[in-house]
Design a protein around this ligand. Structure first.
Ligand SMILES: [Zn+2]
Length: 96
């Protein structure tokens, strides 16, 4: 009886070792470890890039929105007037 339990234990240990070896073999064969580290690297670089791009994108968007038009609102009469002019064409007051 003791022999049987010992034999079962030995078989289980051997199966476990074989499983570990096969697992390492599969990881090596399919380059799973390499793929995982590469994917994590890609994800981290992508998220870093995304945060910088979104910040730059919003800054560029605001800049283009403010500089895209040649017109601005006169602070005195509220009418649109050309940005290149320092005085309002409508009310004649100095804008800047
Ligand atoms: Zn004006």
């Amino acid at each position: 009886m003791g022999n049987l339990i010992g034999g079962v234990l030995v078989v289980l240990v051997i199966l476990f070792v074989v499983f570990l070896i096969l697992r390492e073999l599969m990881c090596w064969y399919w380059k799973i470890n390499k793929m995982v580290s590469l994917l994590e690297e890609i994800q981290s670089s992508l998220s870093a890039r995304n945060s910088t791009v979104s910040v730059a994108g919003t800054a560029a968007g605001a800049a283009s929105a403010s500089s895209g038009s040649d017109w601005e609102i006169c602070p005195f009469c509220g009418e649109q007037s050309l940005k290149i002019k320092t005085t309002c064409e409508i009310c004649g007051k100095q804008k800047r």
